[in-house]
Design a protein around this ligand. Structure first.
Ligand code: NAP
Length: 307
């Protein structure tokens, strides 16, 4: 894989930051798109491109073997204007795919989300797999989920010619924060640690480590025979938030002293333990995620309030 040329979109983001480091460690040549903020990573060629604008994408994809399309607005929960999420997610994906196809890119790996598969379903004991799609107006579904469904569907419907396409659907991503930014599932760990929650909602959260998500991206990029395949990227079934809190309390001692102990009622759509299969990623990609306690503690240590 040495000297493969890879474009990563959204290079200043949490997951992309780990993906870029993983690619550099494996000897790839990395170009990454950014909007305004540029991360401090050596050895990367940063180029400017916005998902809402055609400018920059043709040049970004030129001379590249693989594209890892990670960029998308991440804002779960209620939003004022759904199009703020849906338009960049869907049209941006099409811009990236068009530029990649026209540049002769071999394969695109698209970062979709479990939000595109396992949301909007009534509580069920069904084990979610890659065959599932979220229900657009079902219980617990939000604009972010719809943006991920629309983007992934648009990608599958896009006329990609000989270019290969693989999608990854991570659950809530936790792990050591990069700098001061708090992203994705780390928000919930931060809210627990700072005592900003009056109690612990009786909810279940499926989690995965950001380092394992980065590893899955590289595996999806290089594993032969995965054109047209989706992969759920989850450590296992959803786990109770109170167990995450207990892991932090045991592992972090004093730094976890503000975590509340009272249990609150569940939040709509999250009060049921979703069963999620990672069998396909393990079998086809040879993916082997680490223990959840390691992920929770690494996130906690990086976010623990000081003083
Ligand atoms: P993040 O840190 O917020 O990264 C998102 C990236 O998307 C940022 O770099 C952001 O650019 C970029 N972006 C947003 N709107 C853009 C636009 N209009 N044009 C260009 N770039 C734009 O979030 P993340 O957690 O790393 O998420 C990365 C991907 O993983 C997303 O596709 C997300 O849906 C998916 N995912 C995340 C989770 C999770 O729990 N974190 C779970 C499943 C899937 P700026 O740096 O300029 O803001």
């Amino acid at each position: 894989m040495t000297k493969q040329r890879v474009l990563v979109t959204g290079g200043a983001g949490f997951i992309a930051g780990y993906v870029i480091r993983e690619l550099l460690d494996r000897g790839c040549r990395v170009r990454a798109t950014v909007r305004a903020r540029k991360p401090a990573i050596d050895g990367v060629e940063f180029v400017q491109a916005d998902l809402l604008d055609d400018a920059g994408w043709t040049a970004a994809a030129e001379g590249v073997d693989y594209v890892l399309h990670v960029a998308s607005p991440v804002r779960p929960g209620p939003v004022e204007n759904e199009d703020d999420l849906i338009v960049p997610a869907r049209r941006g994906t099409l811009r990236v795919l068009r530029a990649a196809r026209d540049a002769g890119v071999r394969r695109v790996v698209l970062t979709s989300a479990f939000h595109a598969a396992g949301f909007g379903h009534p509580p069920t004991d069904h084990v979610f797999t890659e065959r599932d799609w979220s229900v657009l107006d079902g219980p617990g579904m939000d604009a972010y989920g719809r943006s991920k469904v629309f983007a992934e569907r648009a990608a599958w419907e896009f006329d990609r010619g000989a270019m290969e396409l693989t999608t990854l659907l991570p659950v809530a991503v936790l792990g050591p924060a990069l700098g001061s930014e708090v992203s994705g599932g780390n928000h919930i760990v931060q809210r627990l640690l700072t005592g900003r929650m009056p109690g612990i909602p009786d909810i279940f959260l499926p989690i995965v480590d950001v380092r394992d998500v980065a590893d899955a991206h590289v595996r999806a990029m290089v594993t032969p025979g995965v054109d047209g395949e989706r992969f759920l990227i989850a450590n296992g079934p959803a786990i109770p938030l109170k167990d995450i809190a207990a892991t932090l309390r045991t592992g972090l001692g004093e730094a976890a002293s503000r975590i509340p102990t009272a249990l609150l009622p569940p939040v709509e759509g999250l009060g049921h333990q979703k069963q999620i299969s990672n069998e396909k990623a393990r079998r086809v990609l040879g993916w082997n995620p680490r223990a959840t306690s390691e992920t929770i503690l690494a996130a906690g240590r990086s976010l623990a309030p000081t003083g």
